[in-house]
Design a protein around this ligand. Sequence first.
Ligand code: G6P
Length: 473
Amino acid sequence: MAATADFVVIANRLPVDRVVQPDGSTTWRTSPGGLVTALEPVMRRNGGAWIGWHGAPDEKLRTFEHDGITLVPVHLTGQEYEEYYEGFSNATLWPLYHDVVAPPEFHREWWESYVEVNRRFAKKAARIARRNAVVWVQDYQLQLVPQMLRELRPDLRIGFFLHIPFPPNELFQQLPWRRSILEGLLGADLVGFQLPGAAQNFVRLVRQRVGHKTHRDTVYLEDGRTVTARAYPISIDAAGFEEMARRPEVVARAAEIRESLGNPRCVLLGIDRLDYTKGLRQRLRAFGELVTEGAVDVDDAVFVQVATPSRERVEQYRLLRDDIDRLVGRINGDVGRIGAQPITYLHASYPREEMAALYRAADVMVVTPLRDGMNLVAKEYVACRYDDDGALVLSEFAGAAAELRQAYRVNPYDINGLKEALLEAIRAPEKERTRRMKAMRKQVVENDIELWATRFLDDLRTVRHTHDKTPRP
Ligand code: G6P
């Protein structure tokens, strides 16, 4: 692999999904995520490369070109899939960084695998990046890469962005490898977070745990480097979503969905990865109680919950799936009637057009995570509501709550509060819904993913990265 790229993205996953043709051959399709949409133009301009895992354990693939971008697959053995991906990334870091809403597990073998795989990503990047190239490392699976890469290639500009929350010291300190993670991140010139509070957590931890001097958003390292930590709230391709939601076939599909649900007066919708951070239990319980108590009529309102399968072999995800299956069964069994099921539960993933049709069909969007870095579903819903109608019920523990201030705000742990907010949203007069939606749409349309990427990359190029070794006191 020759050094060919002036801009390199490193993420756990490649931005493509494999499509198997009827004749057995495989092709690749760009995955629906907003990140790749935002970065595609930058990548094409700069001979960009994306380094990531292609999604199948125990398979080695060669570097290939896709839509003008060089894709560099990183292989994971079956054991690394279990220890680095399912284990350390998703059963240690994921719950720890999300307020320990599930207990994190700490295993030394998982950590060793995390170090090993992070090193593999760093080495690939060191080989493909041209001199003085810009490298952007993504998310919690790869927190050691910045430092590893800097050791191999001190000429590079290295950025890191964490898509999930960054916990306060009280939680972070549980991690036996806390110092190594902080040092890993300090390999970057710019470390980005979803919210200012997360950036502050990081700077405070670096001062307290690693002993570096800090001032505001800047960390002064002894070797003369500086590291900046700032918030860059991520967003979506808002225009892309709106365009999709306006397509005649999507509009027709939205009508068809309402029809299949029995044309109720109110459709409530939840769309999430099936994850214990998403507050699915709380939201279904709240809705179930409203129906049981008669505050909501089952002929009048239905709840559609789409739960996309995710990390299915990890224990906490299995437990959650059984839990939700039982809860939905119980509510539907208790209060449903022939032809009127209060909850339509779909454990499946759908293409983006179907999501857009669901957003169009929903009067009330219910987003109630117990903790969430941002939550793009909330922003997607808003982007699809080009008629300025529809109500968003949003947890105050989602990063998006900082920007979508006109949502019906809830503490998902407070079931009574959640019930009140659902009722308020269901009963809101049109004028009130429009007032709130207009303000939220302005926010989402003006702050789309392209602006997010531009802000981060501009800062990465211009941010101060050395100091004269006499830091301010
Ligand atoms: C979150 C993480 C991403 C991750 C995605 C899907 O959004 O921040 O890094 O890719 O979930 O999870 P998966 O484990 O399937 O990659």
